[in-house]
Design a protein around this ligand. Structure first.
Ligand SMILES: Nc1ncnc2c1ncn2[C@@H]1O[C@H](COP(=O)(O)OP(=O)(O)OP(=O)(O)O)[C@@H](O)[C@H]1O
Length: 241
């Protein structure tokens, strides 16, 4: 069994006439939390969308475990055990938190059919999901919406959880809650890939780091080594952690 749950090898992605990814090599080690960093427009979201089959690689390979998923369609990729929370979170504002959760739970037509132990575990990770269970999701704060989005993604067991900018626009206290929740998720054995702009969030949670620039991964390694190298951070991100 490979040490990497997910890997991209030489991935090129075109969006219409634009050549966006120029040979992305990325490894997401099993059981770890990998942070994908990079300046605005570096290609992070495009990389996530290519993994999920929302864009298709024009060259290169995406592997999930032993499987080549490069040409699969998004529902097949999700079915294999990958959950994806896009930047806009995909929440239905007019539906209640409960209804949003139900839509994500395959096979459950009412809350009583959702896996009770799993739901209890999600409520422990994200108490706001329980607190606002019967409220319209549109009324939740930004942080609560993000918690609901991640809860939806894990309502069914998944091997890999991919989240685009989970800390975006959140107040520091809420960011701390998110950090605790992702830490608990990681301890439960889920492999996680996060795109982040918040460098402190990245540093506190990441085991592994990959930095993108101009449609390529230009650095990868341990987060500890990256955190200790201010010069490298400055040259890749234009700032120090
Ligand atoms: N639908 C699209 N059509 C044309 N160009 C696009 C499209 N989506 C993204 N791009 C371009 O691709 C490049 C990479 O965008 P992407 O969203 O992947 O970057 P990112 O690293 O996630 O940036 P950010 O941190 O700002 O979200 C950018 O130059 C962007 O303008």
């Amino acid at each position: 069994m490979s040490a990497n749950l997910l890997s991209l090898e030489g991935v090129h992605t075109h969006i219409g006439a634009y050549h966006i990814l120029h040979g992305v090599d990325l490894a997401v080690p099993r059981g770890q939390l990998t942070m994908l960093l990079g300046r605005n427009g570096a290609g992070k979201t495009t990389t996530l969308r290519t993994i999920m089959g929302l864009w298709h690689a024009s060259q290169g390979r995406v592997r999930f475990g032993e499987r080549d998923i490069t040409a699969l369609h998004t529902p097949q990729i999700a079915e294999l055990g990958i959950a994806y929370v896009p930047e806009n979170m995909g929440i239905f504002s007019d539906l209640t938190v409960r209804e949003n959760m139900l839509l994500a739970a395959r096979g459950a037509s009412n809350a009583a059919q959702m896996d009770e132990a799993r739901l209890k575990w999600i409520f422990e990770l994200f108490p706001a999901v329980q607190k606002f269970w019967d409220h319209p999701a549109g009324k939740l704060s930004g942080g609560q919406k993000q918690m609901l989005a991640v809860s939806r993604a894990i309502v069914e067991p998944r091997e890999l959880l991919i989240v685009d900018e989970p800390s975006k626009g959140l107040a520091p206290a809420i960011i701390n809650n998110m950090i605790e929740a992702f830490d608990a998720l990681k301890k439960s054995g889920v492999t996680i890939l996060l795109v982040e702009q918040n460098i402190h969030f990245a540093q506190r949670l990441g085991d592994t780091v990959a930095v993108m620039d101009n449609g390529r991964v230009v650095h990868s390694g341990s987060m500890a080594a990256f955190s200790a190298d201010e010069e490298l951070q400055r040259s890749l991100l234009g700032l120090a952690l």
